[in-house]
Design a binder for this molecule. Sequence first.
Ligand SMILES: Cc1cc2nc3c(=O)[nH]c(=O)nc-3n(C[C@H](O)[C@H](O)[C@H](O)COP(=O)(O)O)c2cc1C
Length: 191
Amino acid sequence: MKKSLGPKTVAFPLPAYLVGAYDEKGHPNIMTAAWGGILSSSPPTIGVSVRPTRLTFDCVTHHKAFTVSFPPAGLYVETDFAGLASGRQRDKFAATGLTPVDSALVSAPYVAECPVVAECELYKTLELGSHVLFVGKILDIKAEENLETDGELDPLKVNPLIFAGQGYYRLGGFLGKAFDSGHRIVNREAE
Ligand SMILES: Cc1cc2nc3c(=O)[nH]c(=O)nc-3n(C[C@H](O)[C@H](O)[C@H](O)COP(=O)(O)O)c2cc1C
């Protein structure tokens, strides 16, 4: 028996992205964002939902570009810090020891220590209420070598940081192949 919890923002799991952008003076900044994800395949887009009070909101609006760096599980302390402190008061790259890298494709920095990054130009903006959804067109994904299995990025090698409830998690393990496991039911029906 389920009980109603009301209209809450509940979804599991959520990503823990580091959104990279320059402020108006060109200083690199990162902000943790859990409210986001892939939105379309053609063009390839990724969205992050940002409150207008964040420095990141001003940065993305000004430069019309941002990056999404995918922190590995081991960077949960730095990622949490980037979600506690604002670039208005702190240089978060200096405080965390993370290294900004200038994207050659868009006017935004990404995080060297993150194994996978997306470089995005601002494609669309959608005002939702408390948050504004920035839809980024992915111009390139850059990934460290040796993260692939059979030509695809291997999640267990990437080891992405996961946000759920009020905590940080890592991937628990492989269960089955996608677009394949369901065939067991198709096959069962055919018997
Ligand atoms: C785990 C986590 C997830 C967060 N997700 C979001 C988010 O999706 N959107 C948002 O606007 N703020 C989010 N925040 C809060 C911002 O990261 C935080 O306000 C940050 O200080 C803003 O940085 P800035 O002012 O340098 O842009 C999150 C914080 C944490 C710790």
